[in-house]
Write a protein that binds this ligand. Structure first.
Ligand code: HPA
Length: 271
């Protein structure tokens, strides 16, 4: 079956009617990271339920479920508070809706953030990780059935998917703010079950540093649509940790989220 990466025109109109801002930057805020949207200026919020193309999923604690159009450091920005995950039963194409909508609205940069488990021992709870690359271990791809851009092919290069220049800029911002920023490879798994210890050992041997259940479909779609991508993970737990609960994931996010928000806000203002 042929699929399209475009979004319903009604969603583009809904957003353009709601705000005079014309964002060039979009940010997807992961579990516990939605607070950044609260400091946006000139902001208007649109519940995901009012967007035709946004996948319909039940709410998961920590995922607010709305799109905020506003400014960060004076820069017009789209902020997605929460995302739809494939573990909620949506397709990879639908999980990538924020990236597709950002592209349709004329954004050039997509910043993806997520809560992730630390795979390697050097990472502790509360660490921030600049994503250098990912492994798609979800068994799906948002481009399945996509014929490619007009007259082109669907074989999207994924080298430097996480833009080297944007990574450089974020590294600089972190240094300027005195915030420790690790760098690492994100492994995307389907979930919703967390990894077994054997799976965490496997991920470490494969070269993954953090593991999560999102981000990968958004980044693949973003690259297909020509967006530059920056990715940040907040380590909320050791992936092999015992007794992990979703509440713990959210709580760790709250503590380090403020640091991440400051980094991203400053990063956007320097774009
Ligand atoms: N595994 C997968 N996804 C996650 C984790 C984890 O340990 N923590 C937060 N998201």
């Amino acid at each position: 079956m042929t699929v399209s990466l475009t979004v319903p025109e009604a969603d583009v109109i809904r957003i353009r009617d709601a705000s005079h801002l014309r964002p060039r930057v979009a940010i997807v805020l992961g579990s516990g990271l939605s607070g950044l949207a609260d400091v946006a200026g000139e902001s208007v919020a649109i519940p995901y339920g009012e967007l035709e193309g946004f996948p319909r999923v039940g709410s998961v604690v920590g995922h607010a479920g709305r799109l905020v159009v506003g400014t960060l450091g004076g820069v017009p920005t789209l902020l997605f508070q929460g995302r739809a995950h494939q573990y909620q039963g949506v397709s990879a194409l639908d999980a990538a809706y924020p990236a597709r909508l950002a592209a349709a609205l004329g954004c050039e940069v997509l910043i993806v953030t997520n809560a992730a488990g630390g795979v390697v021992e050097r990472l502790s709870v509360g660490d921030l990780v600049l994503i250098s690359d990912h492994m798609n271990l979800m068994g799906t791809n948002p481009l399945t059935g996509w014929p490619g851009p007009d007259g082109g092919f669907p074989f999207i290069p994924m080298r430097d998917a996480y833009d080297p220049e944007l990574r450089e800029l974020m590294t600089q911002v972190a240094a300027d703010q005195g915030v420790a920023l690790a760098e690492g490879v994100y492994a995307g798994l389907l979930g919703p079950s967390y990894e077994t210890p054997a799976e965490v050992a496997m991920l470490a041997r494969l070269g993954a540093d953090v593991v999560g259940m999102s981000t990968v479909p958004e980044v693949i779609a973003a690259r297909a649509l020509g967006l530059q991508v920056l990715g940040m993970s907040l380590v909320t737990n050791a992936a092999a940790g015992v007794g992990l609960s979703h509440a713990e994931v959210i709580e760790a996010g709250d503590r380090a989220a403020v640091q991440l928000q400051r980094l991203v806000a400053e990063f956007v203002s320097r774009l």
